[in-house]
Design a protein around this ligand. Structure first.
Ligand SMILES: N[C@@H](CCC(=O)N[C@@H](CS)C(=O)NCC(=O)O)C(=O)O
Length: 227
């Protein structure tokens, strides 16, 4: 039995939750609040002091990208061919890189300053703008429609979809769904992923915190220019 432990939000665990579900294995989704997190930390149950973790039959594993590779393998979403798998990993790491630009804004206390910092990241040629354009280009260049040019969906597609559109969920002050109008190819990728049968089925529920993963989630944003 596998047990994934994380906060309620999609955050760092959404990709692994999805892969565990897809794996068909029996697994438990344990949701904790801050106190629950602190308790686990104090008990020394977190290898690196942070969540998510997965308790596996062989022991605890941590770090969201490692969890994605592990659960992705369980779900059959890791290519067998070493080169292809490495190209998939390459994308997973590049997509993960957005955090390096975005995460520092979390610690800005003043709300106006925080919003301004995020708007700057998404303004033309800002780091997040370039990241969104980079993912768009990868999608445009793919001949199969999957980011790593594979015949079927891989963990790179799942990572790109779940991490990217989480940004536009409204949970992050200063980042609005409207900003997505600057990235038509990213919206085309959203349409492909949200309509992928397994993804569509997974989000076919009333969970309000996960609206951004459903088909047509961003249908009403209109067209916009850079702020
Ligand atoms: N590199 C870790 C980062 C995980 C991380 O930052 N987790 C946050 C929750 S989103 C956390 O546990 N924060 C608690 C804290 O900062 O004390 C990963 O990819 O799993």
């Amino acid at each position: 039995m596998h047990e994934l432990i994380y906060f309620e939000s999609p955050g760092f665990a959404e990709t692994s939750r999805f892969c565990l579900e897809l794996s068909g294995l029996e697994w438990k989704n344990t949701v904790v609040d801050w106190d629950g997190y602190m308790q686990l930390k104090q008990q020394g149950e977190l290898p690196w002091g942070v969540l998510p973790i997965i308790r596996t039959p062989n022991g605890v594993v941590a770090e969201s990208n490692a969890l994605l590779r592990y659960t992705g393998a369980l779900a059959g979403l890791e290519p067998d061919d070493l080169f292809t798998r490495t190209k998939v990993d390459e994308l997973v790491e590049v997509i993960n890189g957005w955090r390096e630009a975005f995460v520092p804004t979390f610690s800005i206390q003043d709300m106006d300053e925080k919003i301004a910092a995020r708007e700057k990241l998404f303004s033309e040629d800002g780091k997040m703008d370039l990241a969104m354009k980079a993912i768009s280009e990868v999608f445009e260049d793919s001949t199969t429609g999957w980011l790593a040019n594979t015949e079927t969906m891989t963990i790179a597609d799942i990572k790109a979809f779940m991490d990217t559109f989480n940004l536009f969920s409204g949970e992050f002050d200063g980042v609005t769904a409207k900003m997505l109008a600057n990235y038509p190819s990213l919206l085309a990728f959203h349409e492909k992923m949200s309509n992928e049968p397994k993804v569509k089925k997974y989000y076919d529920n009333d969970d309000k915190a996960r609206w951004m993963y459903r088909p047509n989630a961003f249908a009403d944003i209109g067209t916009s220019q850079h702020i």
